[in-house]
Design a protein around this ligand. Structure first.
Ligand code: C5P
Length: 239
């Protein structure tokens, strides 16, 4: 792929609209238009209005709702979400091939430009012990992630959410244009919070990650815009 996407996505991990808008104002005042992620916390509190507000400010939106249900319901959920001004949306790959296919169908049902559909592989909060002992899935997390990424591709999804270290193998097995989106990125001088497998933005680039999702180091920084710019520079290989 000549120009693989390489961007920093900033999650709006806030409980309500006023906090999110204050945060976005900082970026608008600095002339920055970050790609934002709206997850369950904010979307369940505010609904589509927060998505419309971000889009009306010229921001691209990744709606991170991790849909997982029976195929028919997943299709309906995606058909509803397809009416929103979003650029990316996701569903759990563990919902299975048919569910992912129907989710894609739901997005296509509106016609016109559709958002990218990503599959969530294995949550980064699940380690080998949990996978084997709690969920009863054998083998390691890495093998399960690659298997689920293949399934997502077969279902017609555009890429997956995965850990940075899994990105390279996924591109090798699913193709370089199959998008990888990775949380768990930190500079060495920052707290890793509750992320377990953390890499720096320069390594994320070397692993071929297309988008990195960086939350607390940016949205809890004293100066969020400077923190964002530091990640953008490093992920672009300019530091
Ligand atoms: O603050 P931090 O950088 O850890 O935030 C990471 C963001 O990515 C959060 O919005 C979190 O919900 C999301 N995420 C994650 N791990 C996944 C999927 C999503 O951390 N496996």
């Amino acid at each position: 792929m000549p120009n693989p996407p390489r961007e920093v996505i900033v999650p709006l991990d806030f409980p309500a609209k006023p906090d999110a808008l204050r945060f976005l104002d900082l970026f608008a005042d600095a002339g920055e238009r970050p790609f934002v992620k709206i997850g369950m916390e904010l979307f369940y509190a505010e609904g589509p209005s927060i998505v419309n507000e971000a889009a009306s400010r010229g921001l691209r939106v990744f709606l991170d709702l991790k849909v997982c249900d029976i195929p028919n319901t997943a299709r309906g959920a995606m058909a509803s979400l397809a009416g929103l001004p979003i650029d990316m949306v996701n569903c759990h790959a563990l919902g299975g091939l048919d569910m992912m296919r129907r989710a894609r169908e739901g997005l296509d049902s509106r016609g016109g430009r559709r958002p990218l559909l990503l599959g969530v592989t294995i949550l980064t909060s699940i380690d080998n012990a949990r996978l084997n002992n709690e969920l009863g899935i054998g083998g390691g997390v890495g093998a399960a992630v690659v298997k689920l990424a293949g399934l997502a591709k077969e279902a017609g999804l555009d890429g997956v959410v995965c850990a940075p270290g899994e990105s390279m193998l996924i591109h090798q097995t699913c193709g370089s244009d199959f998008v990888t989106i990775t949380p768990g990125v930190r500079f060495p001088d920052e707290a890793i919070d509750d992320q377990h497998r953390v890499v720096g933005p320069d390594d994320a680039r070397r692993f071929g990650c297309n988008y990195i999702v960086v939350g607390r180091p940016i949205n809890r920084a004293v100066d969020p815009v400077s923190a964002y710019r530091r990640y953008v520079r490093a992920f672009a290989g300019k530091d």
